[in-house]
Design a protein around this ligand. Structure first.
Ligand SMILES: Nc1nc2c(c(=O)[nH]1)N[C@H]1C(S)=C(S)[C@@H](COP(=O)(O)O)O[C@H]1N2
Ligand SMILES: [Mo]
Length: 377
């Protein structure tokens, strides 16, 4: 008996059904999206993250059906009208959300540069549409009626062509925000001019990561280079406490790789420069039975662990610069691990201790259910 809770008892059944379909699919979409995105919610769900991701996509496709319904049949009987924004807003935003979702889903098909803005706007557009839906529901529940012709195009009974136009409009919005990324342009404009000129060549530009994480309470941990020490110990012949000068004697390498976080965002072509685990091995001489490398952060909470063989992969670096500049504090200054073949949570920031051991430890997120083997492909 959906008509009980639906305020417009006189409305056609199909429209009532469409509302139910839209509301249920959208709420499930927002809930599964939040579970994927919010670390606090998704941590206990991690073993099911892939399943959740697939479910989110399926629900998204189901939700997309609501946008196509008006193309299949007339929604209102002759003479009935609905306020123009009540058609237009869900159609345009819904289409833009679905299209940015498809861009995220197709990370291997579309340019990786699109992924971070598509990710950000997917969430931002969903927030706006959710806010509108709640407002819309309230106004309807309160029985607020807007005057027939005076506001936002009045009340209309749209043709198929209008829906097609709005769907195209939503697709265009998704394309513009993803390709042009207006937020990045705004951030670039807001940046002090000195900083902008320091980043004159593209390779020196700091990449805009969509998120910077710290599991401890901000502010991010700050360290002066003169105070910095890297302890390298465990089952080793020559434990060492390295100063910044000592570190400069190690073997450095440079690489340009993509960065992927489990919560759905990626940053393409990040240029890291850092020292290799092999150069630490040469320096401290781990014993023969060592199988694992533990990493600790001076934030006091985060830790990570790699198999020795994984850590010796030439792509793994203890990075000291990003895009030819010192790491920003938020990204782990002065030293962070980079494990390009694995999800971002392996790449521990603010590293101040490396331990060679015969036993593994569970890293911060592994204790909360993340897989230890975090290969993303
Ligand atoms: N010390 C520390 N390292 C950390 C984290 C953290 O919270 N603390 N977050 C991890 C996660 S989940 C990701 S995705 C990356 C994010 O890197 P960024 O903050 O440079 O974007 O850092 C990883 N390293
Ligand atoms: Mo992450």
């Amino acid at each position: 008996m959906p008509r009980r809770w639906f305020p417009h008892a006189k409305w056609p059944k199909f429209l009532v059904g469409l509302h139910a379909y839209t509301i249920v699919s959208f709420v499930l979409l927002v809930m599964s999206g939040m579970a994927l995105y919010l670390p606090a919610v998704h941590a206990p769900l991690i073993p099911y993250l892939r399943l959740l991701y697939d479910a989110h996509i399926v629900i998204g496709l189901v939700f997309a059906g609501t946008l196509l319904a008006p193309l299949l049949r007339r929604l209102l009987p002759e003479g009935k009208t609905i306020l123009r924004p009540d058609w237009l807003i869900p159609t345009v935003f819904g289409a833009a959300i679905v299209v940015t979702g498809i861009l995220l889903w197709g990370v291997r098909v579309f340019p990786t540069v699109w992924r971070a803005p598509a990710f950000w706007w997917h969430g931002a557009l969903t927030t706006v549409l959710s806010a509108w839906l709640v407002t819309h529901a309230f106004l309807k529940a309160l029985g607020v009626r807007f005057p027939r012709d005076t506001w936002a195009g009045g009340r209309i009974q749209p043709e198929r062509r209008a829906f097609l136009r709005w769907l195209a409009g939503g697709t265009a919005v998704a394309a513009v925000v993803t390709v042009l990324d207006p937020l990045r342009i705004l951030r670039a404009l807001a940046r002090p001019t000195g900083q902008a000129s320091a980043a004159a060549t593209p390779s020196n530009q700091l990449p805009d990561f969509p998120e910077y994480y710290t599991v401890v309470r901000p502010p991010y941990p700050v360290m002066k280079l003169t105070d910095y020490r890297l302890t390298v110990d465990g089952s080793v012949a020559h434990p060492a406490v390295l100063t910044w000068q000592d570190i400069q004697q190690l073997t450095f390498a440079t690489e340009t790789v993509d960065f992927h976080c489990v919560t759905g965002w990626s940053v393409p072509n990040v240029r890291w420069h850092g020292f290799t685990i092999q150069s630490l091995v040469n320096r401290v001489q781990p014993q023969g039975h060592v199988k694992y490398v533990h990493f600790y952060s001076f934030d006091g909470a985060y830790s990570e662990c790699l198999q020795l063989a994984e850590a010796l992969d030439p792509s793994v670096l203890l990075a000291t610069t990003i895009n030819n500049q010192p790491l920003p504090v938020v990204q782990g200054f002065p030293v962070r691990l980079v494990v390009p073949k694995m999800y971002g949570y392996k790449s521990i920031k603010w590293v101040n201790r490396v331990v060679f051991s015969e036993r593994p430890i569970e890293g911060f997120w592994e204790q909360r259910g993340y897989p230890t083997e975090a290969y993303w492909s």
